[in-house]
Design a protein around this ligand. Sequence first.
Ligand code: CA
Length: 222
Amino acid sequence: MRILYVEDEKYLADAVVHMLKKDGLDVDWVADGEEGLELAMKPIYDAIILDVMLPKMSGFDILRKIREQKVKTPVIMLSALGQAEDKIRGLDYGADDYLAKPFKTAELIARLHALARRPALQDENILTFGDLSYDKSNRTLNGLSLTATEATLLESLLSNPDRPKSKEYLLAHIWGNEKDGVDNYVEVYISYLRKKIEKVSDSVQIKTIRSLGYKLILKNVK
Ligand code: CA
């Protein structure tokens, strides 16, 4: 399980990270809200532990923003205040659980495991690859709008992503019978889509595989 932990109190964070790691969890710890938001947007975590009072951006704002972008990673809110209204606000914004400070690390770990056991909220409109998250319902890639053609092209690349898609396949699949005389459409739209992926992704690119076609790859994986 990979956990994102956003917490500005270093001593507390050190202790909690130590315990989580001892429990076999992978933990990425960041101390400010902006960095927390950036990481929380990535669909790579099994759960997020979010402190409320943070430098630069509050835990509530992070939670609200990721839920607006349809990031469904389970979130546990931590609050020093322990007040009912904080709890209600957190749950309102889409938190899955709430823990008042001070808490026992064992309690936090138990709740993380409980969240991980809960079946993830499956959204069949969301397709993911690396840090890409594509929403079919509104044709957005990590929040960035795609044209209808770019969207169809991306959906082709996201289905059976291990298999390269040939130019001929894409041409027939996307343009069907209207494909006469539009031989370079695939290259043109691949280049549009590449630019959009570059904008929103640190880890994914479209690779051209000679004589086989195109596929999505993770940059740091050969
Ligand atoms: Ca804090």
